[in-house]
Design a binder for this molecule. Structure first.
Ligand SMILES: *Cc1c(COP(=O)(O)O)cnc(C)c1O
Length: 400
């Protein structure tokens, strides 16, 4: 007999078990894999039931912009993995960040944001939220003194992404959460690079976790989606925003992400293992100037990453000797790695940050962020690591 219907059967189980089982509610058909509820609306028993469900007096589905059983299963599972009370699934990672801000910030609030967040996140704060009277200050990720100095009485949110892209800098989440708490502000962590398999920010004191499910939660580059995770009250606010403004996740995408979560830990461990091996190997190559990966003992974030993460993730970057020309030669000479800015895929990807992901920054801001013209980022996938070495060797052979 299955005890999936008894959530209490999952009390105290390991994260691996939650990743496979949390959120399941089987229908009378007895299906083993989670069904996809491809329906926009739901039928009521009678007029009184319709009225009661509409006003929320009785629970139940009304419309898939509000709730959908497949999406709910995904929400329950990602919440369980992050150790949270609740989660809200969104149409993309950016929709997760936007929904968090729209639900939890108001006119006149101030946000402290890491300078080293995803480029589109910088634009969201710096171009759009400012139009609605939300002030934002960008501070270097790892310089806690600058975070402290930049706090204002109206600072409502600290927003951080750790480890950072592409230099793998690591922020101390426990210290940042203490700073947030002292000032009655929320600490929001974009946990896209580690996923709950490697790091659970809520356990370190963060208030909210946001995800681009597009990356490792899917893990195979199929769907765009996101999630906001936290305690009941703020998640209720985020859900209300979603119902009103509409950036909901589709049932099909929720199903794909559910399947992704089942293998999340295995994949994250494999990504991390290969990335560490490649980082060490790259360090020994004569044409490499420097390797950035928190798993390397000489990385400034290494000790902190050891305390705060269970592994170092799949993204690394390195500088080749020379400049942009050499970086481009290297990239163009590889034949297995995909030249794409995406990450979190089974397929390894390679990209030149200075002219793509960070291309819109001014040369000065790029330099301040440490994105040099000879920097190359690799998001290590699930191919055999020896084959990736052969491909990177092609890159070295292509240098003139
Ligand atoms: C990709 C990404 C996002 C945005 O997610 P989308 O699903 O593309 O909207 C946000 N944060 C990080 C760290 C990302 O890598």
């Amino acid at each position: 007999m299955s005890d999936d219907f008894e959530p209490s059967a999952l009390d105290g189980v390991h994260q691996d078990t939650l990743a496979v089982r949390a959120g399941i509610s089987r229908t009378a058909e007895g299906e083993h894999s989670e069904p996809i509820y491809a329906t926009s609306s739901y039928v009521f028993d009678n007029a009184a039931d319709a009225a009661a469900r509409f006003c929320g007096d009785t629970p139940g589905n009304v419309y898939s912009r509000y709730t959908n059983p497949t999406v709910r299963t995904f929400e329950q599972r990602i919440a369980a993995l992050e150790g949270a009370e609740a989660a809200v699934a969104t149409a993309s990672g950016m929709a997760a960040i936007l929904s968090t801000c729209m639900a939890l910030l108001k006119y006149g609030d101030h946000v402290l944001c890491s300078r080293d967040v995803f480029g589109t996140t910088t634009n969201l704060f710096g171009k759009y939220l400012v139009k609605f009277g939300v002030e934002v200050t960008f501070v270097p990720l790892v310089d806690l003194a600058q975070w402290r100095a930049a706090v204002r009485p109206n600072t409502a949110m600290l927003f951080v992404e750790t480890p950072s892209n592409p230099l793998c800098e690591v922020a101390d989440l426990a210290l940042l959460s203490a700073l947030a708490r002292e000032n009655d502000s929320l600490l929001v962590v974009d946990n896209c690079f580690c996923t709950p398999a490697l790091q659970t920010p809520l356990a370190l004191g963060a208030d909210i976790v946001v995800h681009s499910a597009t990356k490792y939660l899917d893990g195979q580059g199929r769907c765009v989606g996101g999630a906001v995770v936290g305690s009941l009250q703020p998640m209720d606010e985020v859900l209300t925003f979603l119902r009103t403004c509409g950036p909901t996740m589709s049932a099909f995408n929720a199903w794909v992400f559910l399947k992704g979560l089942e293998t999340l830990r295995l994949r994250m461990e494999a990504h991390s293992r290969s990335a560490l091996e490649l980082a060490r190997w790259l360090q020994q190559q004569p044409a490499v100037e420097k390797v950035y990966y928190a798993g390397l003992e000489d990385h400034p974030g290494h000790d902190l990453a050891c305390r705060q993460q269970s592994a170092f993730g799949g993204v690394l970057s390195f500088q080749v000797k020379g400049g942009k020309e050499q970086a481009w030669q290297f990239i163009d000479a590889t034949r297995i790695l995909s030249l794409t800015a995406n990450l979190g895929d089974a397929k390894s990807t390679i990209v030149h940050p200075a002219t793509t992901t960070h291309g819109r920054l001014s040369a000065e801001n790029r330099a301040a962020a440490g994105i040099t013209d000879n920097l190359i980022r690799v998001a290590v996938g699930l191919e055999h690591v020896d084959d990736l070495k052969v491909d990177l060797q092609r890159g070295f052979a292509g240098l003139s």
